[in-house]
Design a protein around this ligand. Structure first.
Ligand SMILES: Cc1ncc(C[n+]2csc(CCOP(=O)(O)OP(=O)(O)O)c2C)c(N)n1
Ligand SMILES: [Mg+2]
Length: 1002
């Protein structure tokens, strides 16, 4: 029996136009297949079929207006879907909750509540205290630690219920999280590993010192890696699995300044030659090594640019989340891959470093391991001289829900801690601040005896049998391979939360008096002969004095046990790290007909380029190749950009699915979260959204799957806000689309100064591999987007696209014939002025201001007999790029016939001066000024934006049609092509205030 398919609840919208009919009578369709697309003045959305069956009659055609309840089609053999699944789930959840509360009685004994009274510090009844501790110990012994934790939790809960103020539980005592008896032992050969570590240390330092001997300009760092060598070595020998044809590979974000250590190891592995090490920081002539991890410059080696501090942690968090996204969407296998992130303790002060740790815990990113190298120092001095960075970070990470593993003390401390029956040693450890700990490692054993242990007679006694040398040897956890191994093993086991390892180390470890744990360590890049000899001796590097003086690298023979061991370890872990490669398959560009609809005139129908783009994406979701790979990314602006239709269609990614019935569940665009959802709805978080975009845009190398991220944002909160991440994206060779929506200083109208973007295009132009466009019409947008898909995802070019999109609704013309090439190159003749006038002018415009130009040209023709050629400039940025290249080529070939830049090709045979206008600052249009001999006038929106109507704003910034007419006449008068009185008259006619100050001063 036939049944109706009608328009469901579409919120407040009425009389919405049908813009696409996607089925015809006789079509067999599945449940949720789209029937029609409807479009309001803000957004378009597909209406899905509530049932499977055969379409019998169509009741609507394109252009019809529909509202809730309007019948769209009839369907035969349709089985209308029963109660939506979410509803069922919610019901179940409700009953479960009921059961839980049933029968629960308030067991809190009524006690007198005394609020806000901190725990007493003094022990008024030590016997009772010991009874409690003994009870705890006996539970641990008899029933295990899990039971003991359970009991403590119960006791704590009870304490809170009774109104007690408990001591701060964000931090634990200043000792290792893993007690010695719980440590997983390393299976490695410690002697060989120690030797390997020594050679890596030596070669890293030698490489930096050598480069600086060549030229002190080159710079470099020794102290950072010196402090982190063990942290890396343990990972390389035992934990980090490389990518190969059987496994996707762990991803390691190396701390930028520790790059010398990675080169030094690669040298021992035979991946880099001594000549390459000699080229450290000399990249201009081929073969040199990058100062820091830069995939752009070493594309087969480095994977992640991390040296701009703070970017590594946020990018890695979103990388871990994106890895889960790919798994949950069924695009890659879950192989238990991990993401390791190495960070400086000073770096943790960057807001980006801690800014996303809440998300990591919320999303249960147990594939993520941070290792913070807490050498207690940054560049100028201590990170937290007056307190303890490890404790502070522990509090922040624990508070956010991370698994925190502190690796503070090395094995030599174990015995002392075991002997410390009074707890005084821990008390002393807790009370010292980092400024003191730094000095302890700079000033030697007797100083530590006096200042650290000397505070309490019991502690002085505790170390009375140790020599000063022994005391000096009491190592820090981050330099003890056993402790580091145990921490890494525990991190690998952890499930349900991300892990942070806080490892205490010494900046400039082993560098001696000139560079160990002193405030200037970070800047130390030269070591004199004495220092080098000390360093060799300190780590037993088998080099003669002469070799040391020559700063030779040390590499044992290929047959040595060290090299065999090191290579064997890597072989077992699947290959070398770091290594960058890609085996991703291209995505076949969609057929042209997907874009056909956008090449036609919209007639009277008005829409914005943002709407056109969203419709394009909707259409692309019907292409079987592209659809699964699209990653729409939105920072809480889906409704602003008319993208709410995506919620139902492809779902919002949520690792836990949707545990609630959305408040708008009856509506078509209801907020639908799904474990396999496709949209990354990032909330108000541009840095996070950008990090997601980078993760998706580099999936072709990190996960061997080509993805198409499309991140849509307020253009003002794009490059200006996350410029450094955009730069890192370029370095990473990310591929994908950045869409700067609500663009243009006068186009966003009411939103005012902090919203109105008049310069993002210029910011984009500074990134060498960013291709940027400011299109006006839907067909331009479609041509550009299609080419972007082809270049990036089919041809795998390492570029990314920035396209500005507007929120101004207007009708769009049909694509003029033969303009595809021009659209992509940056300009084409939109309309030739061949009416009647003898006087000619070239009008260039982009974005919405092109429409003011078109209107101005009509006035010029009608009222002043002036013929204007109208050029749509889709990309001033691309034109400049071509202009620069051409000019350079001509300068290099003075004896050859000069080549024409594309701008010259377009304009040299055209008459009249050039007036170029955009909704951006004049610097944007001025970019092409050098590439034409003609008189060139720029109009633009220099100055702060402000709230008003578009009309008033364009008048204020002098980019409306009236100003364009008046300024054109004035420019022509200067060329004596019209009389100056004509221009004066126009200025008067349009009430242009000559006394008004330049808008940029207002
Ligand atoms: C965004 C940013 N600001 C400043 C710097 C310059 N800088 C390089 S290293 C460094 C100190 C690093 O200290 P820390 O994070 O503790 O690392 P460590 O070398 O001690 O391991 C600074 C300020 C940078 N690389 N990036
Ligand atoms: Mg540091």
């Amino acid at each position: 029996m036939a049944q109706n398919i009608s328009v469901p609840d579409i919120g407040d919208f009425k009389d919405v136009e049908v813009i696409e009919v996607l089925v015809k009578p006789g079509d067999r369709i599945n449940k949720n297949d789209p029937i029609v697309t409807i479009e309001s003045d803000k957004s378009s959305v597909e209406i899905p079929s509530p049932a499977a069956g055969e379409i019998k009659d169509l009741k609507v055609k394109i252009g019809d207006k529909v509202s809730e309840g309007s019948v769209l089609a009839t369907i035969e053999n349709g089985q209308v879907a029963s109660v939506p699944e979410e509803k069922k789930i919610v019901k179940e959840v409700q009953t479960q909750e009921k059961q839980k509360t049933n029968g629960e009685v308030n067991q809190v004994r009524q006690v007198k509540k005394i609020f806000a009274e901190p725990a007493a510090k003094d022990d008024i009844d030590p016997v009772e205290t010991n009874e409690w501790i003994d009870s705890l110990n006996s539970v641990i012994e008899n029933d295990g630690s899990s039971r003991a934790s359970y009991l403590l939790n119960k006791v704590i809960d009870q304490a809170y219920k009774s109104g007690l103020v408990l001591p701060d539980t964000r931090t634990t005592p200043y000792i290792n999280t893993i007690p010695p008896e719980a440590e997983t032992k390393s299976p490695g050969d410690q002697n060989i590993e120690k030797k390997i570590r020594a050679y890596v240390r030596w070669n890293a330092a030698a490489m930096v010192v050598k480069a600086n001997k060549k030229s002190p300009e080159l710079g470099g760092h020794i102290g950072t890696f010196a402090s982190a060598a063990t942290l890396y070595d343990v990972g390389m020998n035992h934990f980090w699995r490389a990518k190969n044809n059987k496994f996707g590979g762990d991803l390691i974000y190396f701390q930028g300044h520790s790059a010398p250590g990675m080169y030094a190891r690669a040298f021992l592995e035979g991946r880099l030659t001594a000549k390459q090490l000699d080229g450290f920081r000399q990249e201009v002539n081929n073969g040199g090594l990058s100062s820091y991890p830069h995939p752009w410059l070493m594309p087969k080696f480095w994977q992640f640019p991390t040296v701009s501090m703070g970017l590594g942690p946020i990018m890695a968090i979103y990388q871990a989340r994106f890895l889960k996204y790919l798994i949950n969407r069924g695009l890659i296998k879950d192989e238990g891959r991990k993401i390791w992130v190495f960070l400086g303790d000073g770096e943790m002060d960057e807001p980006e470093s801690l800014g996303a740790i809440g998300l990591a815990a919320r999303e249960k990113l147990d594939n993520l391991i941070f290792v913070v190298n807490c050498n207690l120092q940054r560049l100028d001095g201590p990170v937290r001289g007056n307190s303890k960075i490890i404790q502070e970070l522990e509090g922040s990470f624990r508070g956010s829900g991370w698994n925190v593993i502190k690796v503070i003390w090395g094995s030599y401390w174990d015995q002392l801690l075991a002997k410390d029956k009074t707890g005084l040693l821990i008390k002393r450890m807790n009370e010292c601040v980092d400024g003191e700990y730094q000095a302890f490692k700079a000033k030697g054993g007797s100083y530590v005896r006096e200042k650290f242990f000397g505070k309490y007679p019991e502690l002085t006694e505790l170390v009375s049998s140790l020599t000063d040398k022994d005391i000096w040897r009491l190592n820090r956890g981050g330099h003890d391979p056993h402790k580091v191994y145990a921490a890494y093993a525990a991190a690998m086991q952890n499930t349900g939360s991300p892990t942070v390892i806080l490892a205490k180390t010494i900046k400039g470890y082993g560098m001696g008096k000139t560079g160990e744990s002193v405030n200037t360590t970070h800047q130390q890049k030269k070591l004199d002969e004495e220092d080098l000899l000390y360093y060799r001796d300190r780590f037993n590097v088998p080099l003669t004095d002469k070799q040391v003086k020559n700063i030779e690298y040390y590499k044992p023979s290929e047959n040595s046990e060290e090299i065999k061991y090191l290579k064997d370890k890597r072989l077992k872990l699947g290959g070398f790290i770091p290594e960058r490669s890609s085996f991703a398959k291209q995505i076949k560009a969609p057929p042209n007909d997907i874009f056909d609809a956008f090449m036609k005139s919209t007639g009277k129908k008005e829409m914005s380029t943002t709407m056109a783009l969203v419709r394009m994406m909707t259409a692309l979701l019907r292409d079987k190749n592209v659809a699964p790979r699209l990653v729409p990314i939105i920072p809480d602006e889906a409704r602003t950009f008319g993208m709410e239709g995506f919620f139902q269609k492809i779902g919002i990614y949520a690792h836990e699915g949707q545990k609630y019935e959305p408040v708008d569940s009856e509506q078509l665009s209801s907020y639908r979260e799904d474990k396999s959802g496709q949209v990354l709805e990032e909330g108000i978080n541009e840095s996070g959204a950008m990090s997601s975009w980078i993760a998706a845009g580099t999936a072709y190398t990190n996960h061997d799957i080509e993805m198409i991220p499309v991140y849509i944002f307020y253009s003002m909160f794009g490059f200006q806000r996350v410029g450094d991440l955009a730069w890192a994206a370029g370095d990473s060779q990310a591929r994908g689309f950045l869409i700067g929506a609500t663009a243009g200083r006068t186009t966003l109208a009411g939103e005012g100064l902090q919203h109105q973007d008049g310069h993002s295009q210029l910011l984009a132009s500074n990134i060498p591999n960013c291709i940027s466009y400011d299109p006006t019409f839907a067909y331009e947008m479609a041509t550009i987007f299609r080419e972007g898909l082809r270049r990036m995802h089919e041809k795998k070019e390492n570029v990314f696209y920035y396209i500005t999109a507007m929120n101004e609704n207007y009708s769009h013309p049909e694509k003029p014939k033969g303009c595809d090439d021009g659209i992509l190159k940056g300009m084409y003749l939109f309309k030739e002025g061949k009416n009647k006038g003898k006087t000619k002018v070239q009008l260039l415009g982009s974005g919405t201001i092109l429409r003011e130009i078109i209107s101005a040209s009509e006035i010029l023709s009608k009222e002043y007999n002036i013929d204007a050629d109208i050029w749509s400039v889709t990309s001033f940025n691309e034109l400049r790029r071509d202009g620069m290249e051409t000019e350079r080529l001509n300068l290099l070939n003075p004896n050859k016939k000069p080549k024409k830049s594309y701008v010259q090709e377009c304009l040299s045979k055209r008459d009249g001066p050039i007036i170029a206008a955009s909704d951006y600052t004049r610097a944007f249009t001025d970019q092409i000024r050098p590439y034409t001999d003609k008189k060139f006038y720029s109009l633009g929106t220099d100055g702060y934006g402000r709230s008003d109507t578009r009309k008033n704003l364009r008048k204020f910034f002098e980019v409306d049609k009236e100003h364009i007419v008046a300024f054109t006449l004035s420019a022509l008068a200067k060329e004596q092509l019209v009389g100056s009185e004509e221009a004066e008259k126009a200025i008067k006619k349009y009430k242009i205030d000559k006394e008004k100050d330049f808008p940029a001063n207002l």
